[in-house]
Ligand binder design. Structure first.
Ligand code: ADP
Length: 429
């Protein structure tokens, strides 16, 4: 007889271990709750079982799972913390066993009424996680009209503590997934907004730029010319902001599509620099290029590289006083080409240098600064250069000027530029 009882206990413990292992495996919350209910019935040899968790809005216990036939009905029932067995277990954080439930004055009878059945015996244990009760597991009506034993209590308590961990981690995982989906959704809405707004702004802006440029080329007097120049300059700045916004958003959204083709770096740098001559002239800045005679072929996405270089030249012109100088030069190094944009402008304070490529970073406060821009230009330039396996950096002295350089691997020698030694720096113009 003793051997029989010991063997049975060992079997139950082994089964409990097996169930606990299964609970630890990641699964959907509903499936997990159902497994706990089934396990509770099986281990305590009960006719039915249920799990209750505290509902924050009502301050009552809510059935979140129950044995198959009953679960839809009982999910609508709320159990008060006072005058109920589950409530007492929850608040006192201790198990309760009822051998004669029909006559127990603390029983909350709504469940029996709803299910049209009687509870004869009952065992209820708290689900505790890190000293805090998160819910209750109940098992009712021991099979063969038996009595719940101390061993049943121990087994159900063990199951409840395993279930508490599994339920909480599944709940947390589900909340994280929900938050992530919400984040993705708002990210998508933001990208849609940027795409639509950029598109809608580009069309009228193109018209403003086109007409203003046309007018500039026709015979206008000096005063009209200078006013039109302001219009063109402002429209161009607006265009740059829109371009930066959409390129940055595309990159953040994971649009890393690149259309790499073989191009001659010398030509690209010459063209981009030429497109800024008018802007530089209007600000009385001398814009120079120093390009080697020997062609430097690279594999690049032309538009992305143009954007990076444009942002650097645009900044150099913007942050250089009238009468200043900007030099764009290319240097061929073993396996790499270095492009530098050097100015003798206002320079960047040493404390700002480590942050200068961060998005939305600006040296002057946004409200006090004289220049337009939203602090995306350099982060876009950095992202574009890195898409080409390149590396970008800056050297600058406040009041003297800045030197923004990037290294690109040249064709046939496409190593990562990060491994390349940085060449000696050329002084500011
Ligand atoms: P923005 O479009 O607002 O200029 P950027 O990311 O291009 O944003 O530049 C960030 C900040 O870095 C600028 O606001 C400016 O303060 C500083 N900066 C960038 N280039 C230069 C430069 N050549 N000389 C001095 N300051 C610069």
């Amino acid at each position: 007889m003793l051997i029989n009882t010991t063997g049975r206990r060992a079997d139950r413990l082994e089964r409990l271990l097996e169930i606990s292992r299964h609970l630890g495996m990641s699964q959907e919350l509903d499936t997990l709750l159902q497994s706990v209910v089934d396990a509770s019935c099986e281990l305590t040899e009960s006719r039915s079982s249920s799990i209750l968790l505290l509902e924050e809005e009502t301050g009552m216990l809510k059935f979140v799972a129950g044995s198959q036939i009953e679960k839809e009905i009982i999910k609508r029932i709320r159990v008060p913390l006072e005058n109920s067995i589950a409530g007492r277990v929850y608040t006192q954080c201790k198990p309760i066993v009822l051998h004669y439930a029909r006559t127990d004055p603390h029983m909350f009878r709504d469940v029996e009424k709803a299910l049209n059945s009687n509870v004869d015996s009952m065992i209820a244990v708290p689900m505790i996680f890190q000293g805090e009760t998160i819910g209750v597991i109940e098992a009712v009506n021991k099979r063969d009209h038996g009595h719940y034993s101390d061993e049943d209590v121990t087994i159900l308590e063990t199951l409840a503590s395993q279930a508490a961990v599994a339920i909480l981690s599944t709940l947390m995982l589900e909340q994280m997934k929900e938050a992530y989906t919400e984040l993705e959704e708002s990210e998508r809405k933001k990208s849609d907004f940027i795409a639509i707004a950029s598109h809608e702004l580009r069309t009228p802006l193109g018209l403003i730029l086109g007409h203003a440029t046309d007018l500039l080329e026709t015979s206008v007097n000096e005063e009209q010319r200078s006013q039109l120049e302001v219009v063109v300059r402002s429209a161009n700045r607006l265009k740059k902001i829109i371009d930066d916004f959409s390129s940055f958003d595309n990159l953040r959204g994971g649009d890393h599509r690149q259309f790499h083709k073989k191009i001659i770096l010398n030509e690209l740098v010459r063209e981009v620099t030429a497109s800024f001559q008018e802007n530089a002239r209007s600000r009385r800045i001398t814009l120079m290029v120093d390009i080697p005679g020997e062609d430097i072929p690279i594999l690049a996405d032309r538009d992305k590289l143009c954007l990076a270089l444009s942002n650097l030249i645009d900044n150099a012109i913007t942050f250089t006083e009238r009468g200043g100088h900007v030099l764009v030069f290319i240097e061929k190094l073993p396996g790499y080409a270095r492009v530098s944009v050097i100015d003798d402008g206002i320079g960047i304070p040493a404390k700002d240098l480590p942050h200068i490529f961060e998005r939305f970073y600006q040296v002057e406060g946004h409200l006090t600064r004289k220049h337009g821009g939203i602090g995306l230009g350099l982060s876009v330039a950095k992202a574009m250069v890195e898409l080409h396996k390149g590396q970008i950096w800056v050297e600058s002295v406040e009041g003297k000027g800045s030197n923004f350089s990037f290294l690109l691997p040249v064709r046939d020698e496409m190593k990562t530029a990060g491994e390349a030694p940085r060449p000696a720096t050329r002084p500011f113009v």
